[in-house]
Design a protein around this ligand. Structure first.
Ligand code: ATP
Length: 354
C-alpha cells in the first residue's frame, strides 16, 4: 500500500504558479487524511526554465519525468518565449514523447454556479496523438506544409491502433459512469479517416454489451451539446473534434476556469487544466483554481484505480466534495461573478477537507 506518493510538478507560466501550489495543498491535505504523504518534486518548465536552463523543457526535466508515474503540469505561454523557442510547444513534447494518448476532459455543472447548461455532466474522451495535429502525427517533419507561399496543406492521421486504444478508454469510462457512449465523427465527409475511427469504436463497443452506444456527426454534436446536454454521458472522438467539443462543454458548465483534465498512457498520467496561462490575469491573484484542483483529483483517481488503492480514490472524492461544498456556499472567484481570490478560495477548500 502506498505511504508516500511521489509526484512531478511543473508549475508553468502565467497563472500556473498561482493555481498549481494551491491544488497540491488541497490534495496533500486529503491524502494526509488517508495516511498518505504527497511527495512533490518541482522540475524546471516554461519561462522560468528558459531563464535557468535555456529551454522551456530542459533535457533534465524530460529525464527526471521518466521516473514518475504522476505529473502535475501548469499551463505554458509559448507566445511569450523568444521566437526560436516557441516550437514545438512544451505540452506537445510531453504528450508525444511519453505517449499520453488519452485526454480525458469532464465538464459538469456545479450547484452555486450559474451555468449555460445547468444539467451538463459529460466526459469528452479525446484521442490525443494523431488527427490533424501537425506537431504530433509525424515521426519526422510536420503534418503541415506549404508547397507554395499561397497553398497550405495538412495531413490528418487516423490509425486503427490509436482508435482502438482510445475506444477502450472511453468504453471503460462509460462503464464507470452512466453507461452511455456517443461516438463523434464526420464520416459523411471524411469517409476514410473519421470513418475508420467510427468503425473501430463501433467494433470495440461491441465488447461492452452493458454500454449503450450511439453516434453523432461533430457539427450536430456541437448543437446538441447546447440544446440537450443532459442526453450525453461519455463522448469519444478524434483529436481536433475533442479539443473543440471539450472547450464548448467546459464553457457550458460555467467557466473555462472549472474545466479539469488528465492526459494519460497506460503507465503515466499528467494533470493539466484545460485552460491556458491566462496572461491577462496572471499575477493578480484572481485565477480560479478549480480546474487545477479538479485535474489533480482526477490524477489521484486514475492512480487509485490503476494500483487498486482505494484510499487514493477516497482522497480524490474528498477534494471534489470539498470543492462542490465551497462553490455551493457561494464562494467564487471573479470569473464566476464572485470576489474570492485564488488563495481565499483554496483556503476554503482546504478548511472543508479538514
Ligand atoms: P491557450 O491557447 O494556452 O489555451 P488561450 O489564450 O486560448 O490559451 P486561456 O489562457 O485559457 O486561453 O485564457 C482564455 C480566457 O479565460 C482569458 O480571458 C483568461 O483570463 C480566462 N481564464 C483562463 N483560465 C482561467 C482561470 N483559471 N480562472 C479565471 N479565468 C481564466
Amino acid at each position: 500500500m502506498t505511504e508516500y506518493l511521489p509526484i512531478a510538478v511543473l508549475e508553468g507560466d502565467g497563472v500556473g504558479p498561482e493555481v498549481v501550489p494551491v491544488a497540491l495543498d488541497a490534495v496533500s491535505r486529503a491524502l494526509a487524511g488517508q495516511g498518505i504523504t504527497l511527495e512533490p518534486k518541482a522540475l524546471p518548465f516554461g519561462a522560468a526554465a528558459i531563464a535557468s536552463h535555456g529551454a522551456p523543457i530542459p533535457d533534465m526535466t524530460l529525464a527526471a519525468l521518466d521516473a514518475f508515474d504522476l505529473w502535475v503540469v501548469g499551463p505554458h505561454d509559448s507566445a511569450s518565449y523568444p521566437v526560436e523557442l516557441r516550437t514545438p510547444p512544451p505540452g506537445a513534447v510531453l504528450r508525444k514523447q511519453f505517449g499520453l494518448f488519452a485526454n480525458l476532459r469532464p465538464a459538469r455543472a456545479w450547484a452555486g454556479v450559474a451555468a449555460t447548461a445547468p444539467d451538463i455532466d459529460v466526459l469528452v474522451v479525446r484521442e490525443n496523438s494523431e488527427g490533424l495535429y501537425a506537431d504530433r502525427n509525424m515521426t519526422v517533419g510536420s503534418g503541415e506544409f506549404m508547397p507554395t507561399p499561397d497553398v497550405a496543406m495538412a495531413v490528418g492521421v487516423i490509425t486503427r491502433a490509436a482508435s482502438e486504444r482510445i475506444a477502450i478508454e472511453a468504453c471503460e469510462a462509460a462503464r464507470r459512469r452512466r453507461g452511455h457512449l456517443t461516438i463523434v465523427h464526420k464520416a459523411n465527409v471524411l469517409r476514410l479517416t473519421t470513418g475508420l475511427f467510427r468503425d473501430v469504436c463501433r467494433d470495440v463497443a461491441q465488447r461492452y454489451p452493458d454500454v449503450r452506444v450511439d453516434e453523432q456527426h461533430v457539427d450536430a454534436m456541437a448543437a446538441l451539446l447546447v440544446r440537450r446536454p443532459a442526453d450525453f454521458d461519455v463522448i469519444v472522438t478524434e483529436n481536433l473534434f475533442g479539443d473543440i467539443l471539450s472547450d464548448l462543454a467546459g464553457e457550458l458548465s460555467g467557466s473555462l476556469g472549472l474545466a479539469p483534465s488528465i492526459n494519460a498512457s497506460a503507465t503515466t498520467a499528467m494533470a493539466q487544466a484545460v485552460h491556458g496561462a491566462a496572461p491577462d490575469i496572471a499575477g493578480t491573484g484572481v485565477a480560479n483554481p478549480v480546474a487545477m484542483i479538479g485535474s489533480v483529483a482526477m490524477l489521484l483517481r486514475w492512480h487509485g484505480r490503476r494500483t487498486g488503492d482505494s484510499r487514493v480514490e477516497a482522497a480524490a472524492d474528498a477534494v471534489d466534495g470539498a470543492v462542490a461544498h465551497v462553490l455551493a456556499d457561494g464562494i467564487a472567484t471573479r470569473d464566476l461573478g464572485g470576489t474570492a481570490t485564488t488563495g481565499a478560495f483554496a483556503n476554503a477548500v482546504v478548511a472543508q477537507i479538514g
